[in-house]
Structure formats: C-alpha cells, structure tokens
Design a protein around this ligand. Structure first.
Ligand SMILES: [Zn+2]
Ligand SMILES: [Zn+2]
Length: 302
C-alpha cells in the first residue's frame, strides 16, 4: 500500500489555510516528497509521519512555490537524525538553485545527491518505488513525474510441491531468488504465477496539457494534477502562464485512462476549489478537489 498526503494545495503563494501544493508519498516507512514550497515542513509536522525517512525529493521546476521550502525541510530531516544520503531530482537548473538554497542550510549530517533530468529517465525511489518523468510545458524546464510500485507474482504452492521442494525454500523463491535443492536449480519462474498489476500514480503540475503527459499518466491509479484555474473564462490566462483550467486536467485523466484524479495547485483567486471539481467532473467523473492534509491510500486493485 502507498499513502499520499497532499500537504498543501495552493499555487503561487501560501495563504492562511492553504499551503503550497506538494505531495508526500509513503511506501513502507520510506518517504518521497514531490515539490517543496515555502513552509512545507509545517503541515508535514502535523501529520506525524516523521522526517527521518525522507529519502528523495522530486522537484517539478525552479519556481519559488515549488522549491523555496527546501532549507526548512532539510533542517527538519537533519534534526530528525538522518545520516543516509538524500536524493534530489529535478530538471535542468536544479543544481544551481539547490546549491544556492543550501547556503542557508549548509551544515547537514547527510549527503545530498542532485540528479538533473530531461524526461524519460527511470530511477529508484525509496520504498521500492520506481520513478520516471516527462518534460512539461511551463515555459521553463519543468518535469512531471510518475511512480510505480511493482507487485510480485503470486507464489503457487502446488508447483513447489510438484517439484518436491521443502517449505523452508519457498520464501527465497517468493523474493525472486534462485534456489539449489538436491542438485536441482529452481528458478522463481517455475513456482510463481503470471505478472500482476502494481500501484502507480502521477504528479503533474505547472504545465499545459500535452500528449506526452497523457502518456506518462497512462492507466495510473491516481493522477494528482494541477488545476490553477476553475473557470473556463481563464483559459487565455492558463495558456499565457503555462497552466491549466480544471477541465483540461480532467481531459488528461480521461485520455490517460486514469482511475482517479485529484486537482491541486489552485490559484489564490480560486476561492472555492469545489467549483473546479464540479467543472472537471463533467469531463472525468472520478475527480476530487484536494484539501490541505488530505491522505489517499492506494492499494492493489484486486
Ligand atoms: Zn506553481
Ligand atoms: Zn511554476
């Protein structure tokens, strides 16, 4: 199971009752943070997930509402006693910005490894997640992300018994290891069932809709997507600033065959995100507007 907490839901600036949009993802006890706007550590503190297990931060782009919270979060992780490395992923320019922000958080007890990506790479994220990314359309280098949690095939006891294999070897094969038993080499494929569907989600923010992003989010269990504007009349504004109105976000979810859509990154002028939700539902039914602190738990579908 994967838990995703939307610590904040705002774009541009934090507001009373609305922190900046980001997603904290928990797989096992391991944490990955997607974006890190100003004050991110404050709603994080209130959910009680701790900071020490933060193993990676994926940054969409280098606008302040997505990165300015980094020193505060790094300080909290240090204060929690982390000594293991922390990976930071982001588009071109991440190194320059993160190194600058680190000058006010210089004394950290853990190394930071920065990875600048172009889109299309795959990389390991904490908690056995596999990350991938695609370029977004926001006027500056910007990435959208996807994370997949693979599910092992089911172990088939009948096949193991038919091979005469004692029970103490079964767990090794379940973990994907090959076993030597009475001069036989037994591989996991001999005792495991067909591939099974895992869990996946996508985080897409600060972008116009593009076919590349639809492909990135193909068949995800959850799409967390920006909805800067709730009103169709704001479409010219969305085009000008590289954002979306909620019906466009819903269009991505629909075309990607996503299972569910959560809208976030609301403009300060969006007073009631419920309006964005209402409009988007006309395009993609399983849409919700995010609320600050909302936690979504994703489990296997079957
Ligand atoms: Zn933004
Ligand atoms: Zn931006």
């Amino acid at each position: 199971m994967i838990d995703i907490c939307l610590l904040g839901t705002g774009g541009m600036m934090p507001l009373p009752g609305r922190w900046l949009s980001c997603a904290l993802v928990r797989s096992g006890s391991a944490l990955t943070l997607f974006d890190c706007g100003e004050g991110t550590q404050i709603p994080w503190k209130s959910i009680g997930w701790g900071f020490r297990q933060l193993g990676a931060i994926c940054l969409s782009h280098m606008h302040a509402d997505h990165v300015a919270g980094l020193p505060g979060v790094l300080f909290m992780v240090a204060h929690a006693g982390r000594t293991e490395p922390l990976d930071i992923y982001g588009p071109a320019g991440t190194n320059y910005v993160v190194e600058g922000l680190r000058r006010i958080a210089a004394e950290l007890p853990f190394p930071i490894i920065i990875h600048e990506l172009q889109g299309g790479e795959t990389f390991a994220l904490p908690g056995d997640l596999q990350g991938t990314c695609a370029p977004a359309a926001h006027g500056i280098p910007c990435l959208a992300y996807r994370a997949n949690f693979a599910r092992r095939p089911a172990f088939q006891p009948d096949k193991a018994r038919a091979l005469g294999l004692p029970v103490q070897y079964w767990s090794h094969l379940q973990r994907g290891e090959t076993v030597e038993y009475e001069k036989q080499t037994i591989t996991p494929e001999q005792v495991l069932g067909p591939p099974r569907r895992g869990i996946s989600f996508s985080y897409i923010t600060d972008t116009r809709p593009t076919p590349t992003l639809t492909a990135l989010a193909h068949d995800v269990d959850l799409l967390v997507c920006e909805s800067m504007y709730d009103d169709q009349a704001d479409l010219p504004l969305a085009r000008e600033h590289g954002h979306m109105v909620s019906t466009e976000s819903a269009g991505i979810a629909l075309d990607a065959h996503a299972q569910s859509l959560i809208l976030t990154h609301f403009s300060p002028k969006v007073y009631d995100p419920g309006q964005a939700e209402k409009a988007a539902r006309r395009v993609f039914k399983n849409t919700s507007a995010a609320k600050d602190g909302m936690i979504i738990s994703l489990d296997y579908r079957d």
